[in-house]
Design a protein around this ligand. Sequence first.
Ligand code: N01
Length: 484
Amino acid sequence: MAPQRQPKILIVGAGMSGMLAAIRLIEAGFTDFRVYEKGPDVGGTWRVNTYPGIACDVPSHYYTYKSEPNPNWTARLPQGSEIQQYLVDVAKKHALHQFISFDKEVVDCQHDGKQWTVTLQDGETLIVDFVVACCGLLFNPTYPDIAGLDEFEGDCFHSARWDHSVSFEGKRVGLIGTGSTGAQIMSNLAKLKLSLTIFLRTPQWVFPLPDREYSSAEKTLAKWFPSIARFGHFFYRVTFENLFAKAVIKPGWQRRLMGWACKKNLESVQDPNLRARLTPDFEPLCKRLVMSDSYYSSIQKENVSIADGDIEKISGNTVFTKDGQQHELDVLVLATGYDAHAYFRPMNLKNKDGVQLNDLWSEGPFALRTVAVPGFPNFFFTLGPQSPIGNFSAISIVETQIDYIIECIAWAGQGSVRTVEATTQATDEFNKMVYAAMPDTIWVSGCTNWYTGKKGIPSAWPFTGARFREELKAPRLEEFSVTH
Ligand code: N01
């Protein structure tokens, strides 16, 4: 039903979820909205991250909007640049640029009981009824706390801020971090003529997810028969949700199978000393699995060496490790991850009573059904606390969340409703249910991982994909307080 009223809506971020929010708002008949994007183009994560080897480890046909199948994917595991191009193409197809203001960073939102006053980095302000924060999840880089890092005399940068002016050929390169990002960077740098030192603190389990290029015949067929790409989406979704997503949430054959595959993969390392060095001391899947079929072959290349990941200090261009070794380097790459619990912050949020979101979340972020927080009316977000970020495709999570959020906004579009605010009771009940299921999940089985927050509770989803869609099928009016 077309809205009878047009609330003023601001979407923050023109990445994968902000774009989808815009598309869905258009489809729902909302016209008074804008998207503010801090960068110069759409794409979010895939625009910002350009490190060598960047790729998605979720199969391409599944890492695709369900409503926008893409017969042109060139491989099972898409390169970052290809995903970025896909997002640019989708934005073009839906003429999204007319709704987007680029280079506009939202820094502050204050609610006066009726509306939000939004302030941008450049001092501009605007007043809106709704804010939907689509800021991504992994975008605040974490820098390691290593004495002397700032004074490193060579080139040094985080994986999310890749310096393309730096040449690597013939250089002594150090890489701190061996998670999903570090693994992709390592496999790529190892192909070059350089000497690569991996500072390995905690070995991770590696699942040998094979990549494969799609032949031109396959791509042509997918163009002629769009149902092939749709089937690809369905196939990989069902596979992911029934294998990987079930393995992480409870014990069972899925967990055993994934673990067995990781252990078998590790056996490909022939040298027993190296194998021991690469053997994690925690269960497979406890940390986010590294998906790679080239990790072990790359780390065994002659130009790659493993150093102690416990770094004592950096002085000049030398990294001193706690085992007493010194490593002289020309370039130091930090694949040290992100602050996954910042969510849309550092954006500052304040409500009419002067309560800051930072204070409300001081003990750890929480939300109603992953998308709203009590005390902050008409403010919604994607990929919020307890989203199934460690379970399946981020795109499919966001599709569910956006539909839910738009239904909440539609209340204001239909009747006399002005504000909708998650109740504390509903939020507490939701989180109680989620936390109660955590003991069965693999994330609490004894490792450090970026899912787990201050209180030792993973900010992830301990149920199936079907349950997530069910819980966010439609907003329940009794879970919100409403003003007219
Ligand atoms: O970050 P991480 P990431 N000294 O936090 C090490 C997604 N992603 O960027 O384990 C030495 O996983 C740290 O060591 P330890 C994916 O969801 C997806 O790699 O703390 N080492 C660890 O090895 C992924 O999970 C794709 O001991 C230090 C590493 O840095 C998420 O992004 C591709 C250190 C951080 O690993 C984050 O992955 C890439 C220190 N002081 C990423 N501090 C896809 O394909 C940190 N480390 C979709």
